[in-house]
Design a binder for this molecule. Structure first.
Ligand SMILES: O=C(O)c1ccccc1NCC(=O)[C@H](O)[C@H](O)COP(=O)(O)O
Length: 242
């Protein structure tokens, strides 16, 4: 684990476009153009990571697989690939992009045996997204309840899951700030690194998340705040460098 908070700018893709959703809800899209242009902009601004999401695959409304493969292949930075990775075929396709790791969500709720198997096979190339409303996990593009956060976390920990991406669904895309208490609570429940996601609105939010690095927060995904130019990625990297 590093001492400096890692930043993962997000590119969420729906129907071939980079979009932002509000609380992950299908139909709330605001479009921000070409995913590759956004990804290259973050890379050029100094990003070390990209959080790249296939929303159609997550919602079951299609696939942006070829586009995500192209974007990943065009980047020199690390890519965390998310959205609709639920079986051997979709996992193999995701890993074949050359991404650094994948983020599993629904599968951890619906096919726990498969997730245990791929954790054993792929180690820290597998992260699990814990997307919650309160302490209830959400799957299928955050549309369905899927179990209790701390029960699933304990199970995944016992199976050797390397890392968790923790999202408070009700903060995601709302610019209302991260759920710091949720992050603290998850860090207290696991020794594994946690990537925070959802709600970042300001440099102060990032500084607040950075205070949780000693507790186990390794990184933060930032989406809407960057697209809406609340701050630049350069400013964000500077804010968490101290
Ligand atoms: O990551 C997923 O698989 C996913 C599935 C369904 C809806 C949304 C999903 N991800 C959203 C994100 O990862 C956001 O980009 C991220 O939480 C950033 O949020 P914000 O900074 O609040 O825009």
């Amino acid at each position: 684990m590093t001492n400096r908070l890692e930043l993962l700018p997000a590119v969420d893709v729906r129907d071939g476009q980079a979009v932002r959703l509000v609380k992950g809800a299908s139909g709330t899209e605001t479009s921000f153009g070409e995913p590759l242009a956004a990804a290259l902009a973050w890379q050029n601004a100094g990003a070390e990571w990209l959080h790249l999401v296939d929303l159609d695959a997550a919602f079951g409304t299609g696939s942006n697989r070829d586009l995500l493969r192209e974007v990943t292949g065009r980047l020199d930075i690390k890519v965390e690939l998310s959205g609709g990775i639920r079986d051997d075929e979709s996992l193999a396709a995701a890993l074949a992009t050359g991404c650094t790791r994948v983020n599993l969500g629904t599968a951890a709720l619906e096919t726990p045996e498969w997730v245990a198997k791929v954790i054993a096979e792929h180690g820290d190339k597998i992260a699990v997204g814990l997307d919650v409303v309160g302490t209830t996990l959400r799957g299928r593009g955050w549309t369905r309840d899927g179990g209790q956060l701390y029960d699933v976390l304990a199970r995944l920990d016992s199976e050797g899951c390397a890392r968790y991406v923790v999202t408070d669904v009700n903060r995601d895309g709302t610019l209302t700030g991260p759920n710091l208490q949720l992050l603290r609570d998850v860090c207290a429940a696991t020794d594994k690194p946690v990537v925070a996601s959802g709600g970042v609105s300001s440099l102060d939010d990032l500084r607040a998340i950075a205070t949780l690095v000693p507790e186990g927060v390794e990184g933060s995904i930032v989406g809407k705040a960057l697209y809406e130019q609340k701050f630049t990625l350069e400013e964000a990297l500077e804010a968490v460098s101290r």
